[in-house]
Write a protein that binds this ligand. Structure first.
Ligand code: TYD
Length: 192
């Protein structure tokens, strides 16, 4: 099973993935986690781009979308391993939510693997900004509000679960376990 976590910055994806991984392993499942962008050479380039304050504008955004798609292509084979549950921090759905234009980004990611389940850690923009100690500017909040809405619109095409990420870490973790349990034959009522 290929489970993907999506959500705007500060939604708690990495913490929740660790907690889900531990719980699944305790229940006897083999699990592999991954993160996009990856630590490949292309992933390193992406992080450099993201940190470069001069790298803005339409052309730059298009180049970035190509890099995300290339980075993703490099992990295609790993995602075919059916002996494990693969949990990924982001996927091509991030590109569909963040990069533009939508039709073009869809074409670039035509061969990306479709997740079996998407967990959206849903968070409002204001909480995101306060959690990431990002700049609380109107533009930033407006941008994140747009991304959140993109996610909510995109999800209807995927098997998905929306989790309220404004709750405390343990409550969010328990909501995720309850959401994932039925897909793996675990009794949801047995989860504390
Ligand atoms: P991430 O490492 O998840 O963020 P953080 O710095 O909070 O750990 O991702 C880095 C940024 O890349 C994040 O703002 C989302 C963005 N991103 C895209 O725009 N498109 C994509 O396809 C992916 C995978 C990430």
């Amino acid at each position: 099973m290929y489970i993907v976590f999506e959500g705007i910055d500060g939604s708690g994806k990495s913490t929740q993935i660790q907690m889900l991984e531990q719980w699944l392993e305790d229940n006897g499942f083999r699990v592999e986690t991954m993160v996009e962008p990856t630590d490949s050479e292309v992933g390193k380039l992406i992080r450099q781009f993201l940190q470069n304050p001069d790298a803005t504008g339409d052309t730059f955004q298009k180049a970035l979308a190509l890099l995300f798609a290339a980075d993703r292509m490099l992990i295609m084979d790993k995602l075919e391993d059916e002996s494990k549950i693969i949990i990924s921090d982001r996927s091509y759905i991030s590109s569909l939510a963040y990069q533009e234009p939508f039709e073009w980004v869809s074409v670039l990611n035509k061969y990306a693997k479709k997740p079996d389940l998407v967990i959206l850690l849903d968070l409002d923009a204001k909480t995101s900004v306060s959690r990431t100690s990002g700049q609380d500017t109107f533009e930033n909040e407006e941008f994140l509000t747009g991304i959140r809405q993109n996610y909510l619109n995109l999800l209807e095409d995927y098997e998905h679960q929306i989790i309220d990420a404004t709750n405390g870490v343990n409550k969010v973790s328990s909501d995720i376990k309850k959401a994932v349990a039925p897909y793996l034959g675990i009794c949801p009522d047995c989860i504390l």
